[in-house]
Design a protein around this ligand. Structure first.
Ligand code: ADP
Ligand code: GLC
Length: 474
């Protein structure tokens, strides 16, 4: 074994998921095991997880973790080594990981400071004899973990912070500084202070030994005002320790050949069947390309452009199925499209993992018109299922899809359709290109075969994380 890593995060598949963060945190331990690194995941024992962990041994505890006892329980779920931080006064609540029925919790900063504190304590001194060499923190919720190592002692531990989305920074009022067990000397612009507030993400960016983000493209973008969201200077100042490592997808979970008989780049009868079944289910008849969107419905994802481009797409023969949930205005806009184009557009508001698989299996294209996208997973599912990605040229989207152009078509390497800038004109033009490509069956089959041959597994990226860890400890 090369070493041990404690991964600290607020969500993890198969236990709790609101987005791609959970997929990545859940997939990394398996991917790294293949590289000789043992990774355990520390996350809060939310209400839904307390029963699962009830019989597990306690490996760490603190009598007063911000107003009540905190205990870390260790166990295994589906081959994943988990450490759950049980602190009922912080996590035993109704609702999702971040919000209850009345919205975000008032003590959000403390809830994730406690997670970070426990992570730092275990990295520093171990838990029941298990001592990690590396603490790997994910996003702002774990951003204070490297800071606690820096300000309260790190022992032999090194730290890595991965930015999955810089839009979420974990800002808290300055008066919480002492309460969060942070030294007053840390409250200045070169440390944790951010425009008069405390920033958990900035704390991690300043104090971690290494910073990674989830694509090389986003790593470069993050140093610009248009993408850095106020932290571009902080990241640029640490450019020497910043790297971009592309996410992979779990190819045993996203496995079209297993899910759909007759599914291979050469024999696509299985896909045709899956498409027919989808059209049946949703009452659609689509002569041109059938596109899907599987996404959070937020400004980031560019879905507000759809009402502007769908009329033209439908007129040219296209169809669309949207699966998502998010901002009420965007949900309403999507439902408005379905009402306006019956037989061509269908919308399912909600979260449905099984349906998402059926959509990738049956559709011709997946749309990802994001304004920014640190990595993005659905374009990679699209590649794997021969469901051509139509993506904006940002972040991880630009790093994973080769857009059809005269040059890439001549070279025979295109895997999808790309566009920029992120506006209705460019997206509409991209959909026009999609329709034109779809009308050329031989070319379409070639694109689909290219897409399906594109590697989207974890192998390369797991090796990159492993060598990052190696570099830190040797
Ligand atoms: P983000 O993390 O920014 O939301 P990603 O593309 O990295 O974006 O990850 C989103 C993940 O959530 C993917 O696994 C995607 O399939 C899934 N997902 C998003 N919305 C839904 C939904 N409504 N139903 C099922 N899966 C969804
Ligand atoms: C974030 C990003 C997304 C990325 C995911 C996993 O949620 O928005 O682009 O794929 O994290 O890293």
């Amino acid at each position: 074994m090369r070493g041990r890593v404690l991964s600290v995060a607020s969500e993890c598949v198969p236990l709790v998921k609101t987005g791609g963060l959970a997929d990545v945190v859940g997939a990394l331990p398996g991917a790294l095991a293949g590289q000789g690194w043992e990774m355990r995941v520390l996350m809060p024992a939310y209400r839904s997880l307390r029963r699962l962990a009830a019989g597990w041994p306690v490996v760490w505890e603190e009598a007063d973790l911000w107003g009540g006892p905190g205990r870390v329980l260790a166990g295994e779920v589906q081959g994943l080594s988990l450490m759950l931080l049980d602190a009922p006064h912080l996590y035993d609540r109704e609702g999702g990981p971040y919000a209850g029925p009345l919205g975000e919790h008032a003590d959000t900063a403390v809830r994730f400071a406690a997670l970070s504190w426990a992570g730092a304590a275990i990295a520093r001194a171990g838990a029941a004899g298990w001592v990690p060499e590396i603490l790997h923190a994910h996003d702002w919720q774990a951003g204070l973990a490297p800071a606690y190592l820096a300000y309260h002692g790190a022992g032999a531990a090194k730290s890595v912070l991965t930015v999955h989305n810089i839009a979420f920074q974990g800002l808290a009022p300055a008066h919480l500084l002492g309460h969060l067990r942070l030294p007053s000397a840390a409250f200045h612009p070169d440390a944790l202070e951010y425009f008069g507030k405390l920033s958990a993400l900035k704390a991690g960016l300043i104090t971690a030994d290494r910073i990674t983000t989830v694509s090389p493209g986003y790593a470069a973008e993050l140093m610009r005002p248009a993408f850095g969201m106020g932290l571009e200077g902080v990241i640029a100042a640490r450019a020497g320790v910043v790297s971009g490592i592309l996410n992979g997808v779990d190819t045993s979970v996203w496995d079209p050949a297993r899910e759909t008989p007759g599914f291979s780049a050469k024999a696509m009868a299985g896909k045709a069947k899956a498409r027919a079944a989808l059209c049946d289910t949703f009452g659609l008849e689509v002569p041109g390309p059938l596109a899907i969107i599987v996404s959070r419905l937020t400004e980031q994802k560019g879905v507000d452009l759809l009402p502007l481009v769908t009329p033209g797409f439908v007129e040219k023969g296209g169809g669309l199925i949207v699966l998502g949930s998010g901002e009420p205005a965007l949900e309403a806009a999507m439902q408005g499209l379905a009402a306006r184009f019956p037989g061509r557009v269908a919308v399912r508001i909600g979260y449905d993992e099984a349906l998402s698989h059926q959509l990738f299996a049956g559709a011709d294209a997946v749309l990802v018109p994001s304004r920014f996208e640190p990595c993005g997973l659905t374009q990679m599912y699209g590649l794997r299922y021969g469901t051509l990605p139509v993506v904006s040229l940002v972040g991880g989207l630009a790093d994973t899809v080769i857009g059809a152009s005269p040059a890439t078509l001549a070279a025979g390497v295109a895997t999808g359709v790309t566009f920029q800038p992120v506006d209705a004109l460019a997206l509409g033009q991209a959909l026009d290109r999609l329709v034109a490509l779809h009308a050329q069956p031989k070319l379409w089959s070639k694109l689909r075969a290219n897409a399906m041959a594109h590697p989207v597994g974890w192998e390369v990226s797991a090796a990159a994380y492993a060598s990052l860890y190696d570099g830190l400890i040797r």
